[in-house]
Design a protein around this ligand. Sequence first.
Ligand code: NAP
Length: 315
Amino acid sequence: MSEVQELHFSRRSAVLAGLAAGAGALLGARARAAPPKSEVITKAIPSTGEKLPIIGLGTDRFRDSDQDTVTAEIRRMQSLGGTVIDTAAAYGDSEALIGQALTPQLRDRMFLATKLTASGSDYFGRGLAGTASFERSLTLLKTQRVDLLQVHNLDGVDQLLPQLQQWKQAGRIRYIGITTSRVSQHEQMLGFMRRLPLDFIQVDYSIDNRDAARSVLPLAAERRLAVLANIPFGFGAVLRQAQTRKLPAWAADIDVTSWGQFLLKYVVSHPAVTCAIPGSTQVAHLEDNQGAARGRLPDAAMRSRMEQFWDSGQA
Ligand SMILES: NC(=O)c1ccc[n+]([C@@H]2O[C@H](COP(=O)([O-])OP(=O)(O)OC[C@H]3O[C@@H](n4cnc5c(N)ncnc54)[C@H](OP(=O)(O)O)[C@@H]3O)[C@@H](O)[C@H]2O)c1
């Protein structure tokens, strides 16, 4: 399918989805005025006001994918209005596959985030450190600059920050961030958030892992930091658990048609979360996930209802 055809397809799907959502809204007991389904919901990066679509794409799993799959996913995401791609020097061939998939035109439409560490070691002890890592990322991603450069797993934050600030001033990166995906690192992350000039944090947050909402997310809001929410499906385990249960009928009130969308709308409706980055290596999964960027989002009361339902374990 050409890009033009994809766009046409996406518009037609959006219109059909909008009609379906409209009908659902009329029938729903808790129905409120629905925004047009054709519009992708965005949230602003606090430090600049630049808006990002609320559902992006995590690419750790691209390390096991082939070029055709990665190219198809990125093109499909673009046709559906998504822009945020999160990768890392440590994600195997992910950066190279993304770089190969991005035409110059497509690259300009994407918000590219990658990561580096000071030690250069990922979980498997591979990779390069600091400057060498960043230069390699630019080469593999075939770009002159990345939108967001993050210190991976808080490895060398103080050591790397002056260099990141220099690259930001030189226009080689647009935003600075730090990441974790472990509750055991949240306390350490809070310390960095309190004293460093960051634009972004990336943290683990899902309906089954709400620790970040106790302290990391409130501090992000206070410090006006954008938040990427990683592992929104608990590395897939939360979604698999969810899929053994029946999606509640009231999920239609927030324009949710799948468990993936239920879990993502919960995450991105937290006021401090800017964008969720679910990982997917299947186009059908990506399409499902991008559906969570449209329609109604849960309000505070609905978020409580979602939590209660999840915690009840009700089948
Ligand atoms: N410290 C850090 O900085 C850090 C750590 C971990 C992760 N991350 C970032 O967060 C991203 C997300 O993490 P993750 O990919 O490990 O875990 P995840 O997003 O919680 O879950 C991904 C899993 O869910 C499946 N999936 C996705 N959408 C689905 C759908 N609609 N229906 C059914 N299954 C679906 C995927 O299957 P398929 O692959 O078959 O589509 C995959 O098995 C990573 O890619 C990475 O960018 C950052």
